[in-house]
Design a protein around this ligand. Structure first.
Ligand code: SF4
Ligand code: SF4
Length: 375
């Protein structure tokens, strides 16, 4: 049977009927069941920044679920690395806590260790509420991601990991290819039953937090997050085969990468001039050489005027590459290019340099490599 992806035009004032239609296409039997809702709460970002799932999606979803008499509803996430110091603070600043009407739970507090989730990972620390859920609904955001290119349905499930577990995975998965294998391992721990993506105002450029909001006007849903991500990549104007998470998940037989094998209904369109992260271009056009020499990566660049010296980036850098002297300084030799510091910083103080500077960096790295060969 073909995977199905539904795309509906929507605005934040009009979410309820759209989610109703989604449940008509993807009916879920939630009666007397524990339902867990997993939004994307990256950190303490206001909803206007388009970093987190919009609260109106949460409130409409709760309304619809309540009509179906579940036993329990829990809404939660593990925002950022180490929980940004406060899970509840992030939920409150994003408006999700209030929209959750008493169903929000700090799931970072109750953790369970699961053993041997893959050939490489010996154990994972996962929030207990996720493991106990009968039904899991994932609510990712339509965004780009400097490390994984897009942050979609597969990547949203990384938030089931609690505390410093994300940090540990970044450290042992210290290159994008390895890290993506881990992401898919985590996705497989608990595959969501339904994924509803907030694509009303998404993010282009250097997401997931330092990009620019972009109006897209769509909610996208599927009972298969891999197929959904493939359709989302195509909407962004890129080939799903060029997105590592989708590639790995499709190879494991978890969903469809070929749009011909997906039944897409509704308002599919390729978004004109959608900007991918600056880490994406070289990765695609010069894949072989860039992977070989690690040229498609650059450390984040600090805009010191924006830095409030809160020290979150220093605390959560998985490789110890970042230290705050007067301002944060990155040791390029130690940096594993995970972009966690950039993702974490609520002030948007880290950026990737523009492509011209980036290209110059690449040229300089290539020169250094050539010099090494000569010597
Ligand atoms: S760069 Fe951002 S996260 Fe790091 S210290 Fe400055 S404000 Fe805090
Ligand atoms: S400096 Fe930033 S990008 Fe580099 S390893 Fe640390 S958190 Fe990751």
């Amino acid at each position: 049977m073909k995977s199905k992806v539904l795309i509906k035009k929507a605005s934040y004032d009009n979410v309820y009927p759209v989610i109703k239609d989604i449940f008509d296409v993807f009916p879920l039997d939630v009666e007397n069941k524990r339902v867990f809702i997993k939004p994307n709460i990256l950190g303490p970002f206001e909803k206007e920044k388009a970093v987190t799932t919009h609260p109106s999606i949460i409130s409409s979803l709760i309304e619809i679920l309540k009509e179906k008499h579940p036993k329990e509803i829990i809404i939660g996430d593990n925002p950022g690395i180490g929980g940004y110091g406060s899970n509840l603070k992030s939920a409150k600043v994003s408006g999700i806590y209030e929209a959750s009407r008493g169903y929000y739970k700090n799931i970072s507090e109750e953790i369970e260790e699961i053993e041997n989730p893959s050939d490489v990972l010996d154990r994972l620390l996962v929030s207990k509420s996720i493991l106990e859920a009968d039904i899991l609904i994932s609510l990712p955001k339509f965004k780009t991601h400097t490390l994984t290119q897009i942050t979609g349905g597969i990547k949203n499930m990384f938030g089931i990991l609690a505390g410093a577990e994300k940090c540990r995975l970044h450290k042992i998965g210290n290159n994008p290819d390895k890290f993506v294998e881990f992401l898919v391992d985590v996705y497989q721990v608990r595959i969501p039953d339904l994924t509803i993506m907030d694509g009303i105002i998404g993010m282009e450029g250097n997401g997931p937090s330092a990009g620019e909001p972009r109006f897209i006007g769509k909610i996208i849903a599927s009972d298969n997050a891999v197929s959904l991500d493939s359709v989302v990549a195509a909407m962004m104007g890129v080939n799903p085969n060029d997105i590592r998470t989708i590639n790995v998940a499709a190879k494991r037989g978890l969903g469809e990468i070929d749009l011909k094998n997906i039944e897409i209904s509704g308002d599919f369109e390729v978004i004109e001039n959608f900007k991918m992260p600056s880490t994406f271009a070289l990765g695609v056009t010069h894949k072989a050489t860039s992977y070989l020499f690690g040229l498609n990566v650059q450390p984040p660049h600090l805009i010191s005027e924006r830095c409030k010296k809160c020290d979150l980036c220093e605390k959560h850098c998985p490789s110890g590459a970042l230290t705050i002297n007067d301002y944060p300084v990155i040791d390029e030799e130690k940096c594993i290019y995970c972009y966690c510091c950039m993702e974490l910083c609520a002030e948007g103080a880290f950026e990737l340099k523009d492509r011209l500077v980036f290209a110059k960096n690449v040229a300089s790295k290539a020169r250094k490599i050539m010099e090494k060969f000569k010597n």
